[in-house]
Design a protein around this ligand. Structure first.
Ligand code: ATP
Length: 371
């Protein structure tokens, strides 16, 4: 008798040490990931890091070289794409233009030979969940872009898939549309509670939409965690530099230890680190997020004060981005993100401050050091 599966097993996804080789290129290298039921996981990373290949292996569009993939607890590694019960969500242009919204949504069910009455009920249910029941008789050209996207999603959910897969769905949209589509997809996913794997090279999409982010590089996972975990506690320099716009300021230098404590030194710049910093001396990189820099000391006493020269000021209304050079460290540009509007005169010395607990430190190998 078939064993009854718990609901949590029914919709989760699992990659078990999955590798993909294209001849001598290792596109995905021993990839391990479990996605829980209803979870939204974003695979993010630079071009060529292996995220699309990972998604395509899950979808059954690419063979796995080594390892196993499970959908709802079931090993699907050798199954054809159509037998995996997954829905690749495409943009609206994937709708059939000559069919009504209802026919588009029900198409997969009629291919399966389901009775007409059942198809009608399921199409209506899916349309109601997507708030497009009043548009079922219309053809794609009679719908707005957003409505077409909803029809495309309804066509996916009518099949009751175990998971939604997205591959860079917003890359062709302009910046404004991308912003609203991001919100739309994230809300939809939460509303429907469907397990989702979402591939993007855009860190903003990954950070704002996903419950968990998997940052890949060279076919491997660099770090997995909630967006805030990756942002606030990057495991290494790569993660620190990838997430955040403007990016984290990075200063190569040397860590010196003395009786008085630890100090970071780069040319003429010397910064005392928190007293309990558990780090050995040697080459190191200091990281400071642009928003951790303040225009003046706040009087708390724990702040590091930095002398700098403003090079360029961008007033964005709600915030001001200031590019500057630290005194004693010429040739390197840093950026501060200050709330509100600030007037800095170009070339004029300014005093900036950073809370010491906002420092990030990386050792010679680029690994984060606890401060
Ligand atoms: P992008 O953001 O540019 O789409 P990606 O992170 O999705 O990149 P993949 O498309 O998964 O990266 O590619 C990972 C690596 O595998 C790259 O080095 C790529 O050149 C290689 N690759 C992908 N598909 C093939 C293929 N069919 N044949 C040979 N090499 C491939």
């Amino acid at each position: 008798m078939a064993q009854e599966r718990r609901p949590a097993d029914m919709h989760g996804l699992a990659f078990e040490t999955v590798t993909k080789r294209f001849d001598d290129v290792v596109a995905v290298d021993r990839f391990d990931l479990t996605v829980a039921e209803g979870e939204f996981v974003a695979l993010v990373g630079p071009s060529g890091c292996g995220k699309t290949t990972t998604l395509r292996m899950l979808a059954g569009l690419e063979e796995v070289t080594d390892g196993r993939i499970r959908v709802g607890g079931r090993d699907v590694t050798q199954l054809a794409s159509r037998d995996r019960n997954l829905a690749m969500v495409f943009q609206s242009y994937a709708l059939y233009p000559h069919m009504t919204a209802a026919e588009n949504i029900g198409f997969a069910l009629s291919l399966k030979g389901l009775p007409k009455a059942e198809i009608e009920v399921r199409v209506r249910e899916a349309a109601e969940r997507m708030s497009i029941a009043h548009l079922l008789h219309r053809r794609p050209r009679e719908l707005s872009g957003g409505q077409r996207q909803r029809v495309a999603v309804a066509r996916c959910i009518v099949r009751e898939p175990a998971a939604f897969l997205f591959d860079e769905p917003l890359s062709n949209l302009d910046a404004k549309l991308r912003g609203s589509a991001r919100v739309e997809i994230a809300r939809l996913q939460k509303g429907l509670g469907i397990t989702t794997l979402y591939v993007t090279h855009d860190q903003v999409e990954a950070m704002t939409m996903a419950d968990r982010v998997v940052l890949m590089d060279g076919g491997r996972i660099r770090q997995t965690g909630t967006p805030m975990e990756l942002y606030q506690r990057p495991r290494d320099l790569f993660v620190a530099a990838f997430l955040g716009a403007p990016a984290m300021n990075l200063v190569p230098g040397v860590l010196q230890r003395s009786e008085a404590g630890a100090e970071f030194v780069a040319d003429g710049l010397r910064l005392a680190l928190p007293r309990d910093a558990a780090c050995a001396g040697g080459p190191a990189t200091l990281g400071i997020r642009p928003e951790s820099i303040r225009a003046a000391p706040d009087g708390a006493g724990e702040d590091a004060t930095l002398q700098a020269t403003a090079l360029h000021v961008e007033c964005l209304g709600a915030e001001t981005l200031v590019r500057f050079e630290f005194a004693g460290l010429t040739g390197a540009e840093f950026v501060a993100r200050l709330p509100g509007t600030h007037a800095f005169e170009r070339g004029r010395p300014v005093t900036l401050s950073v809370a010491r607990d906002a420092f990030h430190l990386f050792d010679e190998a680029g690994l984060a050091v606890d401060l």
